[in-house]
Design a protein around this ligand. Structure first.
Ligand code: 8YV
Length: 328
């Protein structure tokens, strides 16, 4: 007798190769239209599924998980950050949660570097000028940005992406500073040429560029608060490719508007997909729609990780990217 395949509900459209494999391996319910699922649809999904595959756009909170059916044993997140899943509730309901680390590290670090360059060298402004048809030609004092070579970069969160950014930054002549809950091993510090700052406040006051590369957790919510943002020097720029919630977006917007800091490059927002309308008016802000890890290669790699996590779990083994184990 053949064993019944587990019902895997996928909340968003994934790369075709991943969806094909998902259907071969499991009883997969896909989201062909890619319309984000509303609360009622998510409740229905957790009621029925053996495995749920959500993304950052799905808020899997305690209210949703309260409806989880007895079959739901695994949430195999498509993405690294799991701040949209209530991990404690999942664990207490016996639901294991996995994610997709590593495979989006280099792409996200590339995008962080791109934002640092875009803000410093006014790439967005230049592009908009060309498209407006108003470009009157070159001039010696035209479109001057700031050199990044020789400046100080402060990385907030020296995990995988922070380290990948540090490697790139050195090639661009930036000196690397970082703040992390725990100091990284001295061999890594040496490889990256990175200086640890125990005090985030002191690092902020010292650097020219700040990059947010830590996850959003209760401990990092508004870590860059209005008070801390004020420690930045007026010529400093801030880049965020991690999570909007780590930065007080209202305070940041106000400071950008008043030129209390020079610029910001944001790929993530506090109330995504909503963006503070005042940010949209600012020339010193480069704004991207959460596309830090958006490469075809990366999305396929993420999908493969999801498949492996589900397959190992349903085969009775510990999935490689387990974030928490469901307790029962
Ligand atoms: C993904 C991300 O696009 O993996 C993450 O944590 O922020 C993104 O790069 C998204 O999470 C997919 O769910």
């Amino acid at each position: 007798m053949t064993k019944k395949k587990p019902l895997v509900i996928v909340t968003r459209k994934l790369p075709e190769a991943i969806e094909t494999r998902m259907m071969e391996l499991f009883d997969a319910r896909l989201n062909i239209d890619d319309a984000p699922m509303d609360k009622a649809a998510l409740i229905e999904a957790v009621k029925q599924a053996d495995v749920l595959v959500p993304t950052v756009t799905d808020r899997i909170d305690a209210a949703i998980l309260a409806h989880a059916g007895p079959n739901l044993r695994l949430i195999a997140n498509f993405g690294t950050g799991v701040d949209h899943v209530d991990l404690q509730t999942a664990r207490s309901r016996g639901i294991t949660v996995t994610n997709t680390p590593d495979v989006l590290t280099e792409d996200t670090a590339d995008m962080t570097m791109a934002l640092i360059l875009s803000v410093s060298r006014r790439i967005g402004e230049g592009e908009r000028l060309i498209r407006s048809g108003d470009w009157a030609g070159w001039g010696p004092t035209f479109m001057l940005g700031h050199r990044i070579w020789g400046k100080r970069l402060g990385i907030l969160g020296m995990g995988r992406i922070g380290r990948a950014l540090a490697r790139r930054a050195r090639g661009f002549g930036l000196s690397v500073h970082y703040h992390n809950r725990r100091r990284v091993h001295e061999d890594i510090e040496e490889e990256l040429g990175a200086t640890w700052w125990e005090s985030l406040d002191q690092m902020l006051a010292h650097v020219d560029v700040v990059s947010v590369n830590c996850p959003h957790t209760p401990a990092t919510y508004h870590l860059l608060s209005a008070r801390r943002l004020k420690l930045l020097q007026p010529h400093a720029i801030l880049v965020n490719t991690a999570r909007g919630e780590v930065v007080d977006e209202t305070a940041l917007t106000r400071m950008l508007a008043n030129r209390e800091i020079a610029g910001a490059g944001l790929d993530v927002f506090e109330h995504e997909p909503a963006v503070n309308p005042k940010l949209l008016e600012l020339d010193n802000a480069v704004l991207l729609p959460h596309m830090g890890s958006a490469t075809i290669e990366g999305r396929v790699d993420m999908g493969e990780k999801v498949l492996i996590n589900i397959k190992t779990f349903v085969d009775g083994h510990t999935p490689p990217d387990r974030v928490i184990e469901g307790l029962l």
